[in-house]
Design a protein around this ligand. Sequence first.
Ligand SMILES: CC(=O)SCCNC(=O)CCNC(=O)[C@H](O)C(C)(C)COP(=O)(O)OP(=O)(O)OC[C@H]1O[C@@H](n2cnc3c(N)ncnc32)[C@H](O)[C@@H]1OP(=O)(O)O
Length: 400
Amino acid sequence: MAAGIRDKVAILGMGCSKFGERWDASPEDLMVEAYNEAMADAGIVPEQLDAAWFSTHMDDVGTGRGGTPMGIALRLPDIGVTRVENFCAGGSEAIRAAAYAVAAGACDIAIALGVEKLKDTGYGGLPVATVGTYIPQWYPNAVAPANFAQLASAYRSKHGVDAALLKRAIAHVSVKSHANGAKNPKAHFQKAVSEETVLHAPIIAEPLGLFDCAGVSDGAAAVIVTTPEIARRLGKRDLVTFKALQIVTSNGWELQSNQWDGSYVHTARVAARRAYAEAGITKPREQVSMTEVHDCFSITELVTMEDLGLSDVGGAVHDVLDGVFDADGRIPCQIDGGLKCFGHPIGASGIRMLYEMYLQLQGRAGPRQLSNPTIGLTHNLGGQPSQNVCSVSIVGLEGA
Ligand SMILES: CC(=O)SCCNC(=O)CCNC(=O)[C@H](O)C(C)(C)COP(=O)(O)OP(=O)(O)OC[C@H]1O[C@@H](n2cnc3c(N)ncnc32)[C@H](O)[C@@H]1OP(=O)(O)O
């Protein structure tokens, strides 16, 4: 296995717009919001940027194609801007490109920015036509809630979990994320909800109700990366560095064999294994301080705890109900509210997850601050359980 990027890339600055129903803001406005904060945090001028990667998924009409929407919106100084698109993992894909460019020595300082203006597209809810349908990516008459609801039924059946018990466990996931999101002024939904409310909400796709679903949101997030040496030369202290960054993309195995039973996400298990190896983590339950995972639906978060090895296979229901992943639990998850409450503007989400890990590691998370986290993990999933792109990144304080 290659040596990887452990401690070769540091975060110089980050920014994130307010997420939510941003009817008043254009994609350019959202980009500028995230970019200005990231540049001020990094303490650099645009001419110090060597290259940029731009993640946006759905909205070719409102945001535009290629790298030009970002280059023009931010008046970048004649540098290469490359658009990347990899479903909901596009933000992590942009981070990977910028981090690899720095680790390779091709750039001193690079920026990755993701944006999505989803509300204008009408995305979410009932099935919508898919443009340019390519047969292996055809989701027959299904939308994301339906695809991920199947994860719940397969999980129930595989582990013999009573339907009411699983419903209560996934309700706990959402109650926890709403409690966390209520403390976050940038989150889309900023209100706590009770277990009763979640359990009795309208069903979107059984067993997932309204509060089991991520929000459909507008937003942008940005990260500026460099080497630890340059960061120090620029006066940065308490560096947050990448320990690992792995992306695994389905190759058709899940759909084309009878070995996959639909109760877990294969790519997440592989990405987690590789990320732990790259980061030198041998006991994730003891070494990972906190996570931001791709809770597109509450069931995804529960299953992901097993796929990341943070719960035993078949054990996440009890860990969730025991509060292991609550803000005051052993391995807090979605401290910023997660996709559930912070919202899910597709191209920005992977970078938004990193933003919270960065703030927490630097002790800058305000009322959400955890005590002394050292290692943060982000898990960013694009697609559906049977065919997807999964990223697992691990960041931490330098030397941790
Ligand atoms: C790999 C992946 O990431 S796949 C995931 C991709 N993302 C998704 O699939 C998004 C999933 N979520 C959704 O599709 C939508 O949020 C839905 C279908 C659950 C609800 O959408 P709609 O029914 O259109 O809701 P609408 O926008 O009309 O809002 C109705 C009310 O519910 C609230 N609401 C909407 N969505 C949510 C949500 N996810 N959680 C909590 N409240 C919500 C709104 O704030 C509004 O409240 P109000 O009446 O007090 O103002």
